[in-house]
Design a protein around this ligand. Structure first.
Ligand code: PMP
Length: 428
């Protein structure tokens, strides 16, 4: 498959845009390749600027639950744009969006709209700090919560050691206020709480992680995490920017039956427009300005275009949608697993609903970041490139999840599985 125009466009982009892209993973650097420039999406089909067509398994990193060019979404956006793209003043659409989120997400009584997932998580920890009057936060290695300074940290050699920035520009002081525990390891959480008693404002977690590949929490781990946070007056934040409305109508918290104090959302609530949100218990949310002492604001927050786009998607969510996503995704999982066995490839699939990752590993399961780091990333890169040439667009990193939309039909699924068969034979 030739991608000459994409190559030229990337060469030009690198002259004017830092690294040639507006978000690093798009550069295909993590699969040692060059990015594809797209010009059109239709259902699950993507067309690049060289007129190659791909079956899409990324859904713009999650937002496009129903695939590209969803008619309801486009009509909503068009209808809204005629009136205004923004007022910077309240609209009824914001009330409708807030009510919809509260109806769907079990733990949310009150909500605030923002413009990205990063903004949601940054605001959520400020709120938690203000509410608890404590400074430290805890997160889990391998989880991603956007690019806020507090989240760009990694642990030192041991869990109890000080944390270090993992980006230049993040100060040591900020990094030291973020603790990193091990995913699915409650003892690591307890140890950190013991070492920093009465100092931790919040624990933030992806209850179903998509940022070290797809890794689920164990239910008992999540239940114990809830209990330990309550015992220590620590707010529990579920970052459901990816899992919200994707794995179930009410996100991971609906599946697990474990309720956080604050939830962060993004992606699907904007239907592909830039949106984020955070919400939780009324008592906590009332701490926000203008009524409360924690400041957070946004010129474009809750803007009508994004609200109408998101509402057009949220209003369509019902059990049938999730049944369909499950049917398509389980068929893909089944088909690939069959080839893994047949070709004796060292690989496993981890999946929750329409989010899944094919890990190239000898391990039977990936439970945390340590496990994920042992994967054969070069194998994934090879696999990715062959699949791309066969017209299958996968996430350009071993440590990202596939997001399947309802737009794939039987034929698409078969093409995907056939391409996989071909790719596995090549990389054996
Ligand atoms: N939280 C999670 C769990 C995410 O996956 C992401 C982005 N993929 C973010 C937060 C940040 O969202 P955004 O890219 O919209 O800032």
């Amino acid at each position: 498959m030739l991608r000459k125009k994409s190559l030229l466009a990337f060469r030009e982009a690198k002259k004017y845009i830092a690294g040639g892209v507006n978000s690093p993973v798009r550069s295909f650097k993590y699969v040692n390749s060059n990015p594809v420039f797209f010009k059109k999406g239709d259902g699950c089909y993507l067309t690049d600027i060289d007129n190659n067509v791909y079956i899409d398994c990324v859904s713009s990193w999650g937002p496009l639950l129903f695939g590209y060019s969803d008619k309801d979404l486009i009509n909503s956006i068009n209808k809204c744009a005629v009136n205004a793209t923004t007022f910077g003043a309240p609209t009824i659409l914001e009330n409708q969006m807030a009510k919809k989120i509260i109806e769907l997400v079990p733990s949310i009584d009150m909500v605030r709209m923002v413009n990205s997932g990063t903004e949601a998580t940054m605001s959520a920890i400020r709120l938690a700090r203000g509410y608890t009057r404590k400074n430290m936060i805890m997160k889990f290695s391998g989880n991603y919560h956007g690019h806020g300074d507090s989240f760009l940290t990694k642990s030192g050699s041991g869990l109890m050691s000080l944390n270090l920035p993992n980006s230049l520009g993040v100060t040591k002081n900020i990094a030291e206020e973020t603790l990193n525990a091990e995913y699915n390891n409650i003892q690591s959480v307890k140890n950190l709480i013991k070492a920093h008693r009465n100092k931790i404002a919040a624990v933030i977690i992806e209850p179903i992680a998509g940022n070290m590949g797809l890794v689920k929490s164990d239910i008992s781990f999540l239940q114990q995490l809830r209990a330990v946070c309550s015992e220590n007056k620590i707010l529990l934040i579920f970052d459901e920017v990816m899992s919200g409305f994707r794995v179930a109508k009410g996100g991971a918290q609906e599946i697990y039956g474990v309720l956080p104090d604050i939830t962060t959302l993004g992606k699907i609530i904007g239907g592909g427009l830039p949106v984020g949100a955070y919400g939780g218990k009324k008592e906590v949310m009332e701490y926000l300005a203008p009524n409360g002492p924690v400041y957070q604001a946004g010129t474009l927050s809750g803007n009508p275009l994004a609200m109408s786009a998101g509402l057009s998607i949220l209003n369509k969510l019902n059990n049938k949608v999730y049944d369909k996503l499950e049917e398509i995704s389980s068929e893909i999982e089944f088909g690939i697993n069959k080839i893994i066995k047949k070709e004796k490839i060292n690989a496993i699939i981890q999946r929750q609903g329409s989010m899944m990752t094919l890990f190239f590993t000898k391990l039977k399961e990936i439970k945390n970041y340590n496990d994920a780091q042992k994967c054969q990333t070069e194998k994934y890169s090879e696999f990715f490139k062959i699949m791309l040439d066969k017209g299958i667009y996968l996430p350009p990193s071993q440590f990202e999840a596939m997001f399947i939309s309802t737009a794939l039909n039987k034929n698409d699924i078969n093409k995907l599985i056939d391409a996989c068969n071909f790719a596995f034979k090549k990389i054996k």
